[in-house]
Design a protein around this ligand. Structure first.
Ligand code: NAD
Length: 452
């Protein structure tokens, strides 16, 4: 999938011969080229080192049988650069044993190739009874977030907490590992993902994890939503692309491109849920995936903000995503085993000047995830959110140059993300193979310096 046209002239300049020379002499940031997913290409550029002595090493070895794995031999093969390193830290139960992280990752840092992936596997601390074990498992987060800040050349580090009762096969972990150990997570950095004890079934083809599913994407006429439609369709879903009637032509283009259905619809309309329910019940056997992506900004400092700016942002960004799920459930239009993915923002985590209305709605979206996780779990439906940071879109291209450049560089990967980075994360959450992944908020922000 082609990257969005970037207005990042600085990145283009430092990639040129003279620019690169100047940047290194002046100590200026030189954003790495991130390796992204391409069908048919290896998931990573090199082998994956697997280590640790917890309950997950063996299951992981089996789950990743088609990867080029190097198991516990203490290092990469010869001069070969590593594509990734996975450490099972679930066996760490006391402070002294945390040294295992230091001993495993320390010697590998210099052997990492472009866009290499470090993954730490732990046990969900809140679910551990033993005090020492709880403490050291919690400590994994600080290690992961810190090492992520030391990595170069597009490499990232993530932490995956697995439920203590996850079955020995740990099948619920497979989709998460495959997402993290691939170019699909190019702009996801220093994130913590929690996996429940549910089993999950691997798709017949990991390149088509959404085969046979019907997905609704709101705000699909342009920007991030248009790319979500493309990626979900690439992954096998039939996409219903919805956007306001005024977006008509652009919406039809997106729907045509992905062989989906265009649905002109204002998500704030009282009958929006009923219309979608009627469509999916008459033309399909219900809806499997709901992506609440439609969103607006109406920025103003609070003291100067008129009421309409407050109300419209609340209506589109927070009321509609909740109402849509309520209405689809009431109409019995959301299938068992389905998924809901909402789009939050780092503004909802860190806050943003001039965005009290927007920040409130995007934090509210995280509230929707928290509140609905147990409600939807009763129907085996997952709910998760992505929180994008600086993504290259028409919206961010309109930000004044200096602020835009600062926004781009203030993260560990020293660049803005592409719309495809958000879309890949959504597709990972949406897949039936992610049935054990619910209640998560994953930031797609290159480990932005803003927020947690
Ligand atoms: P965009 O403005 O390019 O696209 C949003 C789409 O939503 C538009 O096509 C618009 O017509 C549609 N929409 C707006 N109101 C609607 C309504 N009432 N009913 C149906 N459709 C409606 O924005 P984008 O940058 O692609 O953002 C997509 C989502 O990502 C939003 O929720 C946004 O808040 C979030 N986000 C974006 C960024 C970023 O850097 N671009 C960062 C964080 C979060």
């Amino acid at each position: 999938m082609p990257d969005a046209p970037s207005t990042d002239f600085y990145a283009a300049f430092v990639k040129s011969g003279p620019g690169s020379f100047l940047a290194s002499r002046l100590g200026l940031p030189q954003p790495p080229v991130l390796r992204r997913y391409q069908a048919g290409k290896p998931a990573l550029a090199g082998p994956v080192l697997l280590g640790g002595q917890g309950r997950l090493v063996e299951p992981v070895r089996e789950l990743l049988a088609d990867y080029d794995l190097v198991v516990n031999n203490g290092g990469a093969r010869g001069a070969e650069k590593l594509g990734g390193a996975v450490f099972d830290a679930t066996g760490i139960t006391n402070i002294d044993d945390l040294k295992g992280l230091y001993e495993f990752f320390g010697p590998q840092i210099r052997s990492l190739g472009n866009s290499a992936r470090l993954v730490v596997l732990g046990t969900t601390p809140e679910l551990i009874e033993d005090l020492d074990e709880h403490i050291v498992q919690r400590a994994l987060e600080g290690f992961t977030r810190s090492v992520a800040k030391e990595l170069r050349d597009g490499a990232t580090a993530q932490l995956v907490y697995v439920h203590p009762n996850a079955s020995t096969g740990a099948s619920g972990l497979a989709s998460t590992l495959r997402f993290l150990l691939s170019g699909k997570s190019a702009y996801v950095d220093a994130q913590v993902i929690r996996i429940t004890d549910k089993d999950a079934t691997a798709p017949a083809d990991w390149d088509k994890p959404l085969a046979g599913k019907v997905a609704l994407v709101t705000g699909a006429a342009r920007g991030i939503g248009a790319t979500i439609a493309e990626v979900l369709s690439r992954d096998g879903a039939h996409v219903i692309a919805a956007d306001i009637p005024a977006a008509g032509e652009a919406l039809s283009e997106v729907a045509n491109k992905v062989g989906g259905t265009a649905l002109p619809l204002d998500v704030t309309a009282p009958d929006a849920g009923a219309k979608i329910a009627a469509l999916v019940k008459s033309r399909h056997s219900g809806l499997d995936i709901v992506v609440n992506n439609a969103g607006i900004t109406r920025d103003k400092l609070l003291a100067n903000m008129d009421e309409s700016k407050w109300n419209s942002v609340m209506a589109v960004n927070l009321k509609a995503p909740k109402q849509l799920v309520d209405d689809l459930l009431a109409a019995d239009a959301l299938n068992e085993g389905g998924s809901v993915v909402d789009v939050s923002s780092i503004a909802g985590i860190a806050g943003n000047r001039g965005q009290t209305n927007y920040g409130a709605t995007k934090a509210g979206v995280i509230g929707i995830v928290d509140a609905y996780t147990p409600v939807l779990a009763k129907k085996n439906i997952t709910i998760n959110a992505v929180a994008p940071g600086f993504i290259e879109t028409a919206m961010t291209a309109a930000i004044p140059l200096a602020t835009r450049q600062a926004g781009r560089l203030m993260n560990s990967l020293q660049q803005g993300g592409q719309t495809v980075d958000v879309a890949e994360t959504i597709s990972y959450f949406a897949a039936p193979s992610s049935a054990a992944v619910t209640g998560n908020v994953v930031r797609v922000c290159g480990q932005s310096l803003l927020g947690a």
